[in-house]
Design a protein around this ligand. Structure first.
Ligand SMILES: Nc1nc2c(ncn2[C@@H]2O[C@H](COP(=O)(O)OP(=O)(O)OP(=O)(O)O)[C@@H](O)[C@H]2O)c(=O)[nH]1
Ligand SMILES: [Zn+2]
Length: 191
């Protein structure tokens, strides 16, 4: 697998000061966002955040992504650790297909049915770049912030120990209630 990585740069944010390194795998570019004390922590907090332009950037209420990213950046800035901004939009079907999936959801399909109707799997994410980032940053033991059992299974399959799981639970609203319930009922997410 061909991975290119950047140098490490400073990124001051409204959450605090971070260090960032970009990684390029095929045509996808990802980001490791590290707290300043990251290197001195034995078991850092880690959030693998899947890109959601509509949520993260536009503040869409259809999902819980922006609130989860906000929670993770605040938490990691305070407690120390790493956010991997994993740029696989729409569970890796891309933005155009995700908008088509949203159009099907406007007609009553749930998030899984919409993906399947468009010819995709319910979740097409590939986490292999996470393995590369963990190796690059020397991570062996982490505290993982997630509700998603697939992310837990993937990290464990790398031989990286999860010493604690921190739920990524944020406020439910009338627009994302159905989405969050589908994740819980059909995708096994732990709410
Ligand atoms: N295809 C598709 N992707 C979506 C939809 N809503 C959100 N996403 C994408 O789903 C990803 C976020 O996944 P989630 O299932 O919400 O959460 P997760 O990352 O698996 O789990 P946590 O770690 O617990 O947050 C992002 O890439 C979003 O762009 C949707 O309706 N259809
Ligand atoms: Zn989202």
């Amino acid at each position: 697998m061909n991975i290119e990585k950047s140098n490490i740069a400073n990124l001051p944010t409204k959450y605090g000061k971070f260090k960032i390194r970009a990684y390029k795998q095929d045509n996808q570019e990802h980001l490791a966002i590290m707290s300043e004390n990251f290197e001195n922590i034995e078991s850092p907090y880690v959030r693998i955040h899947s890109e959601c332009l509509t949520g993260d950037t536009l503040g869409s209420l259809k999902c819980d992504c922006q609130n989860q990213l906000d929670l993770a950046l605040k938490f990691i800035s305070k407690e120390g650790g790493l956010v991997i901004y994993h740029r696989q939009e729409g569970r890796n079907i891309g933005l155009l297909n995700k908008v088509n999936a949203y159009a099907l959801q406007d007609q009553g399909r749930n998030t899984i049915e919409a993906n399947l109707e468009l010819g995709f799997g319910e979740d097409d994410r590939d986490y292999s770049v996470v393995d590369e980032i963990f190796k690059d940053l020397g991570l062996k033991k982490i505290k993982l912030i997630t509700n998603n059992p697939e992310k837990i299974a993937y990290v464990e399959s790398l031989g990286v120990e999860i010493v604690e799981r921190i739920p990524a639970i944020t406020k439910i609203n009338v627009h994302n209630e159905h989405y969050v319930n589908t994740k819980k009922e059909k995708m096994g997410h732990m709410f």
